[in-house]
Design a protein around this ligand. Sequence first.
Ligand code: AMP
Length: 305
Amino acid sequence: MSILVVGSVAFDSIETPFGSRHEVVGGAATYFALAASYFTGVQIVAAVGDDFGPDQMAILNRRQIDLRGLERATGRTFRWAGRYSFDLNARETLDTQLGVFESFRPRIPEPCKRPDFLFLGNIDPELQLGVLRQVERPRLVGCDTMNYWIEGKPEALRRTLAEVDVLVINDGEARELAHEPNLVKASAAIRAMGPATLIVKRGEFGAAAFGAGPPFAVPALLLDSVLDPTGAGDSFAGGMMGYLASVAAQGKVTDLMMRRAIAMGSVMASFAVQSFGVEGLLNLSRDQIDGRYEEFRRLSHLDEA
Ligand code: AMP
């Protein structure tokens, strides 16, 4: 099974109470692709500028991500700068420079037009729809969005959501999208817009999934060191979708698979936040991933020690 992800590839500048990094490789599609690459083949569709050099490409190449859809445009790569306070759940965006991302119109090259799974990263919902129109209907479509699009392009977002199977957003976004403060009621309203499953990310408190059955919630792993939360949400989505792609034959996702996928998303997010930038996602072994999954199982298991 293959996953196609469309989204940002960026230079991030990050400040946390534990240190800072200037213009390191980041972007939602990057985190997603790196996390998913441990489970399945991944293709990226994104745009970078002419300042994205061989050192940056090497990071994506290291995990054998298919880069035929990575467009190299004239101009500067998207840049984002953010600062976290001591409460790592609170983030302040210091700077966003769109660069080549401003005129990015995803063009899906021929070898990427038949993905098994598709993840529409957080970009303009009109562009997300444009991507859906260029590919053969995937077995599963995941999607992310943010307040900016919920407020700025509600109609386009509704059209996109009508074709999405799994929406992965944070709790504040879910409330805003549904105009409903109660998450259970909000989830029903959002599911009525299209996605059969809504996954609500709750930062260091974990995630909750709402589907046809009873809701399901997982905590986040309790880590003794968190250095940089950037990309946690995208790594979660990548781990979750990557795992699903590796176990869901014919794309049929059962409730149990979805539960395990959410746990695996949390596992990949936990590796991401323990280092700055994407560093924590570059060199993992299967044993490390499985070991942490087991830790996760123990953390939230009620019926055995
Ligand atoms: P997360 O921490 O999961 O919300 O994702 C952070 C990543 O999103 C960073 O690597 C940024 O480069 C990227 N990012 C920040 N703002 C935007 C935006 N407006 N559009 C697309 N990607 C963004």
